[in-house]
Design a protein around this ligand. Structure first.
Ligand code: MMA
Length: 177
């Protein structure tokens, strides 16, 4: 018997595998342009102040720390550390910010907040379950719950509007670099 005849000796199950395996593997292999990891939540707050965008800062690395100052009504400033580099301070440089540091590999996976014409309250939850809250706990403002659309993604950078306060904020989620 020569090798060309052997194909007729495949059992039905072998034949099925022969036909189905390439189809199945084609079905589960996803080309890069079909994969989505980026999503955006926001913008939460008012329309005054000047637009800011820290998209360039994400090139410095993952978010590793935050500095946030608040008074009895509002979030006064926010500064984000990307890798080893601190962003510009959005809002006022007055007031004493609270600083939180993330562990290596830790990232923000949820932000709960509240706003009126300005951002009043922000609570950041990490993928290790830690929660860091800033600003007054109660007011009549509108609440929000910002989360990434895709699993295994984290906060990569923020954008928004600021002046002497943080007027508005938005959250950009993506894979950790
Ligand atoms: C400034 C100015 C406004 C902004 C507030 C609060 C005091 O006014 O930039 O446009 O709304 O600060 O950030």
């Amino acid at each position: 018997m020569n090798c060309c005849i052997q194909i007729y000796h495949f059992s039905p199950s072998k034949m099925l595998a022969f036909v189905l395996l390439p189809l199945l593997s084609a079905g589960v292999s996803v080309s890069p342009d079909q994969v989505r990891f980026s999503s955006y939540s926001g913008e939460y707050g008012g329309s005054s102040g000047q637009h800011f965008d820290q998209s360039q800062n994400q090139l410095d690395g993952p978010i590793t720390a935050l500095r946030i100052a608040a008074n009895d009504k509002y979030i006064v400033s926010i500064q984000v550390c990307y890798g080893d580099s601190w962003s510009n301070t959005e809002g006022s440089l007055t007031g004493s910010p609270s600083e939180v540091q993330l562990f290596p590999g830790e990232g923000f996976v949820q932000v709960l907040g509240r706003f009126t014409g300005y951002v009043e309250y922000l609570a950041f939850r990490t993928n290790l379950g830690r929660l860091f809250a800033f600003g007054p706990g109660f007011s009549s403002g509108t609440t929000f719950n910002a989360e990434p659309l895709f699993p295994q993604t984290v906060l990569r950078f923020i954008s928004g509007r600021s002046g002497s306060l943080v007027d508005a904020i938005g959250f950009h989620w993506d894979k950790q670099p």
